[in-house]
Design a protein around this ligand. Structure first.
Ligand SMILES: C[S@@+](CC[C@H](N)C(=O)[O-])C[C@H]1O[C@@H](n2cnc3c(N)ncnc32)[C@H](O)[C@@H]1O
Length: 292
């Protein structure tokens, strides 16, 4: 299954193709309490201080930027957040949501981060690394952006290990039901096997990748969250998810098909919720050796 690249310019600052539309934003999914919990947990583990200088990479509509701001003190010199995302509409939503003089919104992509922001203490990178084809370059850019001793925290629920035992059949049925509905409406669909995302790594592969870039050994944790039917319907309305699950299907139609598909799969499998694993990773750029 293929997800289109979202950037094509030198800074990666071009709009996210035709999908740059509020109706298909990530915002609805980001409001679910379990989602806030996984992100709040990560943000609480990256060692933020009142005066930290932070990048919120792939900030989307700004839910995590808000969590970061809770740890900083606007009145302390040095406290600052660069909220970076390639999507103009996501940045616009984030701007409307966050009014803080210590936040600057920057349009651009992870693969070009070093040229977009100055060196920082911390990079928080939630729910986006799976969308990036060239993860080595993105992580290398994060490494360059971090001051020596700085911390990266990232998470994703699109990795090898995300599906607790017995839950894979839901995802297969979901996409099958969505495709059946589209076909009934006269649309041809090429089968997308995994519902979303480009390249799924195992936790061990993430660990190896981080080490190859130069990071210390990461602290890795899996957390299981129960996803409600409504939350799955909401992720099914997110543009990048639709493009991954139903490649080539217009977003409006794809969102409708995925909503119906969730409802049918929940009913057929008699589910009340669905457990799903999040991968939480915290890792440090090594500090400089002490000078004698
Ligand atoms: C699922 S949202 C996550 C938003 C936010 N971090 C959160 O957890 O609520 C993924 C975001 O990644 C952004 N994104 C996609 N490709 C990216 C890239 N190459 N570099 C940085 N961000 C990217 C998208 O525009 C989108 O806003």
């Amino acid at each position: 299954m293929v997800l289109r690249r979202v950037d094509s310019t030198e800074t990666g600052a071009s709009p996210v193709d035709g999908s740059d539309d509020d109706r298909f934003s990530f915002e609805r999914f980001a409001r679910h309490p379990f989602f806030k919990e996984v992100n709040a947990w990560l943000v609480s583990r990256v060692g933020l201080r009142k005066d930290s200088c932070v990048v919120d990479l792939a900030c989307g509509p700004g839910a995590v930027t808000e969590l970061i701001l809770q740890h900083l003190d606007e009145s302390v010199p040095g406290a600052y957040v660069y909220a970076v995302d390639p999507s103009p509409s996501a940045l616009e939503l984030a701007r409307q949501r966050i009014r803080s003089r210590i936040v600057r919104f920057v349009q651009g992509s992870a693969e070009h981060l070093g040229g977009l922001v100055p060196p920082v203490d911390t990079v928080v990178f939630t729910n986006a690394i799976h969308l990036i084809a060239d993860k080595f370059t993105a992580l290398e850019q994060v490494f360059r952006t971090l001051r020596p001793g700085g911390t990266l925290g990232f998470n994703t629920t699109f990795f090898n290990g995300a599906y607790p035992d017995g839950t894979m059949r839901f995802y297969k049925l979901w996409v099958l039901r969505a495709m059946r509905w589209l076909q009934e409406k006269g649309h041809t669909v090429t089968r997308g096997v995994k519902a979303t995302a480009m390249q799924w790594l195992t936790p061990a592969e993430y660990s190896d990748l981080l080490r190859s870039v130069g990071f210390d050994a990461p602290a890795i944790e899996l957390q299981t969250k129960d996803m409600t039917k409504e939350s799955l319907e909401d992720i099914g309305s997110f543009s990048l998810f639709i493009e991954g699950a139903l490649p080539g299907v217009p977003l409006e139609l794809g969102a409708e098909a995925l909503r119906l598909g969730v409802r049918q799969a929940f009913a057929e499998l008699n589910l009340s919720s669905l457990p799903r694993n999040w991968l939480q990773v915290v890792v440090r750029r090594p500090a400089l050796p002490a000078t004698p």
